[in-house]
Structure formats: C-alpha cells, structure tokens
Design a protein around this ligand. Structure first.
Ligand SMILES: NC(=O)c1ccc[n+]([C@@H]2O[C@H](COP(=O)([O-])OP(=O)(O)OC[C@H]3O[C@@H](n4cnc5c(N)ncnc54)[C@H](O)[C@@H]3O)[C@@H](O)[C@H]2O)c1
Length: 267
C-alpha cells in the first residue's frame, strides 16, 4: 500500500524494541508518515541499522533500566525535540509451566513486558501532557486476552499492559491518548524459532486464523500509525486486537455447525 498523505508530519516518535520485527516496521511507517524517529533497542547495532533505514537516530538502551531510559529520553528530547509519540513495544516471551518456572525468569519477563511500559509512560506522559499533546501505544498481545499453557508471566504481563493502558488513558486525558495493540501470530525474530523450527507450526497457526495467513510486522505497524494519527482522535484507553480473527475461535460451540454440515454427530 502506498502512502498518499503523511499523517504524523512534525511528530517526534520514540519506538522501543525498534531494532526488529514490529518495532522496525513501525519506525519505517512513522518515518514515511513524516515523523522524526528515535529507535531504541538493547541491540545497538540493530537500532543503528533501522535508524539508517528510517532516517532517524539510534539509542542503545535496556528498557527495564529506568535510569538508563530516563537518560535516553532526555537525549531524544535534546536531539529531536519533545516526543509527541511513544510506542512502548520492546518485549519477549518464554515458555514453561508455572511449577517449572524460575522466580528469576518470572521477574525478568514481567520487567521486560510490563514494568518497561510503566517506565515509558512515567517518563513521557507527563511531558506530553505539559506540552498539550501526545499519543502513546503499548504492545500487548492476544496472549493477554486469551492466555495459553506455558505463557504465565508473558500472558499476565500483557494483560497488565492492557490495564495499565486504561489507567494511563484516564490519568492523561484529554491531552494524551493512550492505547494498546494486541498482535496475533506475526512472523518476527521472536516467533521465528517456532515458525521455522517446529514442523507444521506455520500451517497450524494459519489454520487457526480466519484471514488465512500469518501476520506481518506491517499489519501491526499500520494500526499503530492509525492510533497515533488524527484519524483516531476520539480513541483512547483501548486494546485493539490485530490477529486476523484468531481469537474469534474458542467458544463452546466452535466448529459445531461445520460438524453438523458434514454429518458428524459423534467422536
Ligand atoms: N510476533 C508476535 O507474534 C507477537 C505477538 C504478540 C505480541 N508481540 C509483541 O510485540 C513486541 C515486539 O516483538 P516482535 O515480535 O517484533 O519481536 P522481535 O524479537 O523481532 O523484536 C523485539 C525487539 O525488542 C528488543 N528488546 C528486547 N529486550 C529489550 C530490552 N530489554 N530493552 C530494549 N529493547 C529490547 C529486541 O532486541 C528486538 O529488537 C513484543 O512486545 C512482543 O511481545 C509479538
């Protein structure tokens, strides 16, 4: 799809986890829509590479480190101007049953997926409110809406992101809009070990998706641009699920009509 009219001209966008996947695609879309982009990532080389692609600036930072993030936000403000957009997107997952999960791993995943979002909001929402405008989008997940086995800290963190989004939207209205996106299955560095490494995983996820394909980072980035644009001027506090319809499945009578139509009544 080609961009016909920039929707974020003059904006200054901070993107965490901007070095890969959904964050990278969003940096490129933000730039295409006229925003100056600060690419934040714990992987400095990845941040630099995306900053070059987006014509933006790279900042190496671990978003779980509040003091380090504070220093980077100050640098971005000095380099590019007060941020008007924040995409709190850095995250990562793991898989283990609760009884097998180390406490340290629980703490790591909650810090990465939930506390980091608090850090970004705490640092930038008051500055945006003081400036009289701003927009924040947080990356949650369908795992927060529909958790699965093995996803304890990830699912709980992402559900927490949705709740934190609502609180922030209330606290910083009317000047700052705060929303979340909940991606479904998207092929990125995070999901590649599953999609490329587990036989049949791609087909299995595709079959669970009514729109009949695995998502792309751009599928999410376009919704983030929309949420940050004037097109979404009356939208705040929402968690927008972008999953090709995957979470529509799961009701008690899921598939019953199809079974009846095939004449299958038992088994
Ligand atoms: N890919 C999916 O199917 C999917 C589904 C739902 C939600 N999500 C969420 O989307 C977000 C982006 O994930 P992705 O799929 O693009 O994965 P990705 O691995 O391609 O990108 C994640 C980026 O975050 C960076 N990062 C990790 N820890 C960091 C830290 N402590 N500080 C700063 N940067 C850090 C990584 O270096 C990487 O560049 C995550 O929050 C993830 O939970 C992804």
């Amino acid at each position: 799809m080609t961009v016909t009219e920039p929707m974020l001209a003059g904006g200054v966008a901070v993107v965490t986890g901007g070095g890969s996947g959904i964050g990278r695609a969003t940096c490129l879309r933000f730039a295409a829509h006229g925003a100056s982009v600060a690419v934040l990532d714990v992987d400095g080389a990845a941040a630099s590479s995306v900053a070059t692609e987006a014509g933006g600036r790279a900042y190496q930072v671990d978003v779980t480190d509040f003091d380090a993030l504070t220093a980077v936000v100050d640098s971005v403000s000095a380099d590019l101007g007060t941020p008007t957009i924040l995409f709190n997107n850095a995250g990562g997952s793991g898989i283990a049953r609760l009884g097998d999960l180390d406490v340290a791993e629980w703490n790591r995943l909650v810090a990465l997926n939930l506390s980091s979002v608090f850090h970004g909001i705490k640092l930038l929402a008051p500055r945006m409110a003081a400036a009289g405008r701003g927009c924040i989008v947080n990356t949650a997940s369908i795992s927060g809406v529909r958790p699965a086995t093995g996803e304890g800290p990830y699912a709980a963190s992402k559900a927490g992101v949705a709740a934190l989004t609502a609180t922030a939207a209330l606290e910083y209205a009317p000047f700052v809009r705060v929303n979340a996106v909940s991606p479904g299955a998207v092929h990125t560095k995070m999901t590649d070990p599953l999609l490329s490494g587990v036989a049949g995983a791609k087909e299995w996820w595709t079959a669970k998706t009514p729109l009949d394909r695995i998502g792309t980072p751009e599928d999410i980035a376009d919704v983030v641009v929309f949420l940050c644009s004037p097109m979404a001027r009356f939208v705040t506090g929402q968690n927008i699920v972008v999953d090709g319809g995957m979470t529509l499945h799961g009701s008690g009578v899921d598939g019953l009509l199809e079974r009846l139509e095939r004449g299958v009544t038992d088994g």
